[in-house]
Design a protein around this ligand. Structure first.
Ligand code: NAD
Length: 265
């Protein structure tokens, strides 16, 4: 029971190990630093080895153990090898955050592109969850998946493939929450416009190329945003920390927007 524990103990991740994908940048990087601050040892996964090294150095300043893994999550064989390497120190917490928001007109999407997007944004989440559940179904644990407001309210143009994958992540989350809820809490966060490197690049491109349609969509996006500003990666990371910790001990199968109120308007 967690009811009588003090808040400092409920939020602490001391003695736990968290695996975070897409840890080299944006939301994953912010989550890595907050989880380290909360005392979790880390297994950080990304294709960007250089970025991972930078996050490792910063996270280690909190005195936790940090291991990095260069893994291309679009390849199941690499996911399997990762979990082999983790044998004996399987994480208590899994955050499936890595994702790509590559834009392409629906009519231009070919099989290779579609397969790649689905592999990174949905299939990898499926396989990572399967490995985690196999390892933790008796001992218990926490999974946090990452979807997008786009899955519920397609707003940008050229993301049909992305929206399809990201709604799949929601279905996967809820099904696992249903089947393994006795031991494993599984929830999904739904970020809105978060000012990460990836998003900054997209905004810059729209302005540089004077893409009037994209600039228009961006204007309308801001206009219906109750908080009137984009979020910071750390604002998503803090919700992930809450969900991973015992503060959220009765939260399972939840779909949690972190979107400044965008979906509510
Ligand atoms: P980001 O681009 O800043 O970071 C994503 C990370 O994932 C990168 O470090 C990248 O190297 C890694 N990655 C990409 N493909 C990979 C692969 N095949 N194998 C391993 N790692 C891979 O992105 P972000 O903005 O921080 O987004 C994080 C998550 O949040 C994504 O799932 C994204 O779809 C979701 N999201 C973001 C926003 C936003 O506004 N930023 C909004 C909604 C949802």
């Amino acid at each position: 029971m967690t009811a009588m524990k003090p808040i400092s103990e409920l939020i602490s991740l001391k003695g736990r190990r968290a695996l975070i994908t897409g840890a080299a940048s944006g939301i994953g990087r912010a989550a890595s630093l907050r989880f380290a601050e909360a005392g979790a040892d880390l297994e950080l996964v990304d294709v960007d080895e250089f970025g991972l090294k930078g996050v490792k150095e910063l996270a280690e300043e909190f005195g936790v153990e940090v291991n990095v893994h260069r893994v291309d999550l679009s390849r199941k064989v690499e996911i399997d090898l990762l979990w082999e390497a983790l044998r004996g120190r399987e994480p208590d917490i899994l955050i499936n955050n890595a994702g790509v928001y590559w834009f392409k007109e629906f009519t231009e999407v070919d099989e290779d592109f579609y397969e790649k997007v689905m592999a990174i944004n949905l299939h990898s989440v499926f396989w990572m969850c399967q490995h985690f559940v196999r390892a933790r179904k008796d001992r218990g644990g926490v999974i946090i998946n990452v979807s997008s407001i786009e899955a519920f309210l397609p707003f940008a143009r050229g993301l049909v493939h992305y929206d399809t994958a990201k709604l799949g992540v929601v279905a996967l989350t809820r099904a696992i929450a249903r089947e393994y809820g006795k031991k494993i809490r599984t929830n999904v966060v739904v970020p809105g416009g978060i000012e990460t490197e990836g998003v900054k690049k997209l905004k810059k491109e729209a302005i540089m190329k004077f893409n009037v349609e994209k600039m228009g969509i961006s204007f309308h996006f801001n206009a219906r945003l109750p908080m009137g500003r984009f979020g910071e990666p750390d604002e998503v990371a803090r919700v992930m920390l809450f969900l991973a910790s015992d503060l959220a001990s009765y939260v399972n199968g939840a779909v949690i927007p972190v979107d400044g109120g965008f979906l509510s308007t």
